[in-house]
Design a binder for this molecule. Structure first.
Ligand SMILES: N=CN[C@@H](CCC(=O)O)C(=O)O
Ligand SMILES: [Mn+2]
Ligand SMILES: [Mn+2]
Length: 316
């Protein structure tokens, strides 16, 4: 086990007497060296990036709160699911935590698992992507000279802040763009649910420079669902592998109050879910993560339940 800590304590809940009534807590297993390929949940218990980004901290506690919410959901999977433990951030050393996350994600991919990382602040994205990059550059994956990794971020924010001075929850995709440039890899980034009011002109300009596929929050609604779904499929078709990153603050604050920076408008769950279904259907999803859930501001575990439902959807 590579992760910094591991406990199955969160996995408890209701047990029904009827046959075929299993819930996640009854089926999820602790990851072992010889585990058959399956879905691997890995926590990134870190909000140092949020602190550096002047945000309200608390997201480090999200992995445990999501596990508790997921524990009681009904189990409909055929393939196994594992808990791979948590990577933690020690002594505010975000860079070291991201490097350990990357090694863990790479090891899971090498072993044939689909890693689903539960952040943490959105600084999780740099560690997640680095793990996929390490995997695609290594021996375990089919050789690709310059893999076309498509990043699909559902987020009210671009998280493309200038990383020159500080690495934070606001910089991961700019850090990834730098990494791609250094490796001669294409940078393919789609950011959906962006709030114009919450992102400066400088960030919109950087997104344009980097050729980011941008859809603002107000553009994603039931009447445009077909168009945006087709646009995402076309984006996916031009990629070798997809990395999906879900910033929970893409949802309206009434649906997801427990986040570091709540969205005044957001994209509703009923619109988000069909888009995720279409992405799954592409068959190219290699990695997913969830970011910015902050249990300190949650109401009756509403946000944790939404996060658990999204994991449940992705796991089917
Ligand atoms: N990952 C967070 N990103 C946002 C936070 C905005 C805020 O704190 O209001 C950002 O940096 O833009
Ligand atoms: Mn974000
Ligand atoms: Mn955000």
């Amino acid at each position: 086990m590579l992760a910094d800590r591991h406990s199955m304590a969160a996995w408890s809940g209701r047990t029904d007497p009827e046959a075929d009534s299993a819930r996640w807590h009854q089926r999820i297993q602790a990851l072992a060296e010889d585990s058959q390929p399956g879905l691997a949940l890995l926590g990134f218990a870190c909000d140092e990036g949020v602190r550096r980004n002047q945000g309200r901290v608390g997201a480090a506690a999200a992995p445990q709160s999501v596990r508790k919410a997921l524990a009681n959901l009904a189990w409909h999977r055929q393939a196994p699911a594992y808990d791979a433990g948590d990577v933690t951030c020690e002594d505010a050393d975000l860079e070291a935590a991201q490097a350990r996350l990357a090694h863990n994600v790479c090891a899971l991919l090498d072993a044939g698992h689909l890693p689903l990382v539960i952040g943490g602040g959105h600084e999780v994205a740099f560690g997640s992507w680095s793990g996929l990059a390490e995997h695609l550059s290594g021996q375990a994956a089919p050789r690709m000279a310059a893999p076309r990794i498509g990043i699909i971020n559902f987020d009210a924010h671009f998280d493309l802040r200038d990383p020159t001075h500080v690495h934070s929850s606001g910089t991961p995709f700019a850090q990834i763009a730098e990494q791609c440039a250094a490796r001669g890899w294409p940078f393919r980034y789609a950011c959906l649910g962006v709030s114009r009011a919450s992102n400066t002109r400088a960030l919109f300009a950087r997104a344009a420079e980097l050729n980011v596929l941008v859809r603002e929050d107000h553009e994603i609604r039931e009447s445009t669902l077909e168009y945006i779904g087709a646009e995402l499929e076309a984006f996916a078709a031009e990629c070798d592998a997809l990395y999906l990153t879900l910033d929970i603050d893409v949802l309206p604050a009434c649906e997801a109050p427990g986040v570091s920076a709540p969205a005044a408008r957001g994209v509703r769950l009923e619109v988000l879910e069909p888009l995720l279904e279409r992405l799954k259907a592409s068959g190219k999803l290699r990695l997913a993560d969830l970011a910015e859930l902050n249990p300190d501001y949650d109401i009756d575990n509403r946000t944790a339940k939404v996060a658990a439902r999204l994991i449940h959807l992705l796991s089917l």
